[in-house]
Design a protein around this ligand. Structure first.
Ligand SMILES: Cc1cc2nc3c(=O)[nH]c(=O)nc-3n(C[C@H](O)[C@H](O)[C@H](O)COP(=O)(O)OP(=O)(O)OC[C@H]3O[C@@H](n4cnc5c(N)ncnc54)[C@H](O)[C@@H]3O)c2cc1C
Length: 86
């Protein structure tokens, strides 16, 4: 039983599933998982995302970068070489 579907809970659930555990329950109080990684859209500017929590990442976040490659390979585009020069 995992309480909280923020990044930690979602990742722990995925890790347990990858190890073959089948009896894993993730409890989330809100309507969506993600926790503080929450993107809102203003209806008047539907193409402009507003990050309400997690939004910055430094090149040193290697574990997170590896997870992005694993989970979001098709939708996350980021030129790490530019970031590493900053
Ligand atoms: C304003 C702000 C800006 C930030 N910016 C960055 C950033 O730029 N880069 C960065 O790396 N990090 C940033 N952080 C930190 C990052 O958001 C947290 O490190 C990350 O969200 C922690 O993930 P978590 O899964 O531990 O907790 P959370 O994201 O807090 O998720 C916890 C989840 O548990 C749920 N929950 C709580 N209690 C219960 C319950 N009793 N039953 C069921 N569900 C429950 C909540 O609804 C929530 O979905 C920021 C944080 C804030 C507040």
């Amino acid at each position: 039983m995992i309480v909280g579907g923020g990044p930690a809970g979602v990742h722990m659930s995925a890790c347990l599933a990858a190890k073959g555990y089948k009896n894993v329950t993730l409890l989330e109080a809100e309507a969506e998982v993600g926790g503080k990684s929450l993107t809102m859209y203003d209806p008047s500017q539907p193409d402009v995302p507003h990050e309400l929590g997690t939004c910055y990442m430094s090149p040193g976040y290697t574990l997170i970068r590896n997870l992005l490659d694993e989970y979001d390979k098709d939708i996350v585009t980021c030129n790490w070489k530019i970031l590493e020069m900053m």
